[in-house]
Design a protein around this ligand. Structure first.
Ligand SMILES: [Zn+2]
Length: 566
């Protein structure tokens, strides 16, 4: 088998579902033969028309092997060969691993051999932390997940991660309620909820007496590549922020519904914290962006608006309580976002916006909430998801009819991108930015939600094409999920994977993927004018292309859970 990077055949290396499209890409117009496990030719595709793929510079044809039944096959194209598998449910293991990947990010505890296998480590970050703004205040806030390749813990990113998991569970319970061999397994609650609770308990501890939430709990600087238990530098509790508070409110309100049937006390506790957090926002309505304190260089997670976070928070609180005041706030956030004068004023007076303008990150002021966004910076899609699948008709004209029309239009254009791409990927060349996998998985989420609303199977199939991308059907011929695929990411920017002395990285982590936009100078030096879809280094130092993050794993959980139910 030709396993070199130049293989002319690209496949989903984990497998294909018998009942779904089975897309492979070829980069040569020679016929493609499909042989079964006895070497018999079961299919030949002769007329292969290559077309230019703008993002990668490749000339490529995307083919559907359609009617292959369960089994193992060899694909032949010229001198290249590739094996594929067709199965009833090929994504169960990868879904489990993506959720368990979060267990390996647990902070404040040891990972023991029983649950972590060879990836054990001692208890980490258990010392009291100091408030950055007032060094006389110390608090013991233990728990949560390490955010990404670093050991920081951040409320906003944690909140969206949990939300992706909880919505995956709400929409596709049978696709993600697997036992994961974590310490809570067997306690009567599905493990995906047990794992999410590890972060929720930490988020609860990040709430101040006045209801607000601290932005993050990190060191002043990133740790070197050492194991977490060896990272003894003092941790600081960074100032509160509107975005962290509203995101925490949203996910806690959501959690109050999801955990109700398993633990009434926990459900009440999360709802009370959410209500209290919302009251703080009402008392402090003027948005102040989080500005990194002098002397701190861990992840900033800055934002130029909290309108989307407030929209999401008020939607979730309305869904959980039925109180009209939350509905009114959600409506106001949604409609104000469409006001060009208001948006312009907000942006121009915003120090974070001004700072980022220098980097041309936010050149234009976009109107309206983008209801297809689910990342830490723009959570509008999570608010929309709440409107469309939980609140439904009770949302009335604005929160249901308008949001739905808006959502269908935006998600419709995502499918257009799939059709234009040589590999069926949803990103245009400019979409390959830091953590491009978030957009790929977020777009897949949007197409799945569109399919749930409309029944349009093209949307479902377009979403599956994004899971194919993550598992190897891409211009780099690599699976972005550690532990999966014959050619997989081996050197993610992830401190434990880099420091544990084990060749294989911690399994079930998804790499941020190609980033042709905001790259390190050292990466630019190496890759020069490589096309954006190939701007990637499977090398530990390349945080700009190969870091992992909890909030990239979680949308992948949503997508993989969907296809594990079908
Ligand atoms: Zn830790």
């Amino acid at each position: 088998m030709n396993n070199s990077r130049e293989s002319s055949i690209r496949v989903n290396m984990v497998g294909y579902m018998q009942r779904m499209p089975k897309r492979v890409a070829v980069l040569s117009d020679e016929p493609l033969s499909v042989l079964d496990d006895k070497g018999r030719e079961v299919k030949t595709i002769k007329d292969i028309e290559l077309r230019a793929d703008e993002s990668s510079g490749d000339r490529v044809a995307l083919l559907d092997l359609e009617d292959l039944t369960k089994g193992e096959y060899t694909l032949k194209n010229g001198n290249d060969e590739r094996k594929i598998k067709v199965d009833d449910s090929p994504y169960t293991e990868v879904t489990k691993a993506l959720i368990k990947g979060l267990y390996y990010q647990r902070c404040g505890c040891a990972l023991d051999e029983k649950h972590a296998g060879i990836y054990t480590h001692g208890a980490c970050h258990t010392a009291p932390a100091t408030e950055w703004e007032n060094h006389s205040v110390q608090k013991t806030i233990i728990g949560g997940w390490h955010d990404a390749g670093d050991y920081g813990k951040y409320v906003g990113p944690g909140a969206v991660t949990v939300a992706h998991l909880l919505y995956a569970y709400c929409l596709f319970p049978s696709g993600c309620s697997f036992d994961l061999n974590i310490p809570e397994t067997g306690n009567g609650t599905p493990d995906i909820l047990n794992e999410a609770r590890w972060e929720l308990e930490w988020i609860l501890k990040m709430q101040k007496e006045d209801g607000s939430f601290y932005h993050k709990l990190t060191k002043a600087r990133f740790a070197p590549f050492i194991m977490p238990e060896d990272d003894k530098e003092p941790e600081y509790i960074m100032p509160v922020s509107h975005c962290a508070t509203a995101a925490a409110v949203a996910v806690l309100a959501l959690a109050s519904r999801v955990y109700k049937e398993f633990d009434g006390e926990f459900s009440s506790r999360t709802l009370a914290a959410a209500i209290k957090g919302f009251e703080w926002i009402e008392k402090n309505p003027e948005f102040k962006p989080y500005i990194q304190p002098e002397g701190v260089n861990t992840g900033m997670y800055g934002d130029f608006s909290d309108r989307d976070e407030r929209f999401w928070a008020s939607c979730e609180l309305y869904a959980s309580t039925g109180e009209e005041k939350y509905k009114k706030t959600a409506e106001k956030m949604y409609s104000d976002a469409k006001d060009p004068e208001l948006r312009k004023r907000e942006m121009e007076s915003n120090p974070f916006f001004q700072r980022m303008k220098k980097f041309h990150v936010f050149d234009e002021i976009k109107l309206g909430l983008d209801v297809t966004q689910y990342g830490w910076m723009d959570v509008s899609g999570l608010g929309a998801l709440c409107c469309l699948v939980v609140i439904k008709e009770k949302g009335g004209e604005m929160l249901y009819d308008e949001v739905k029309a808006d959502f269908l239009e935006r998600s419709g254009s995502i499918l257009e991108n799939v059709k234009e791409s040589g590999y069926g990927t949803t990103l245009k060349p400019k979409g390959y930015v830091w953590g491009s996998i978030l957009s790929v998985m977020g777009n897949a989420m949007s197409m799945i939600i569109n399919w749930l609303l409309t029944g349009n199977d093209d949307m479902r199939d377009g979403a599956l094409n994004q899971l194919d991308y993550a598992l190897g059907l891409n211009a780099l011929d690599i699976s972005f999920i550690t532990g999966f695929g014959e050619k997989r990411v081996m050197n993610p920017h992830h401190r434990p994977s880099g420091a544990d002395g084990i060749d294989e990285p911690v399994p079930g982590l998804i790499s941020g993927g190609p980033n042709g936009g905001f790259t390190y100078p050292s990466t630019k030096e190496r890759l020069g004018d490589t096309p954006p879809a190939k701007y990637f280094l499977d090398e530990t130092p390349s945080a700009d292309t190969n870091e992992i993050a909890i909030y990239w794993n979680s949308p992948a959980v949503f997508v993989a859970a969907c296809f594990s139910t079908l």
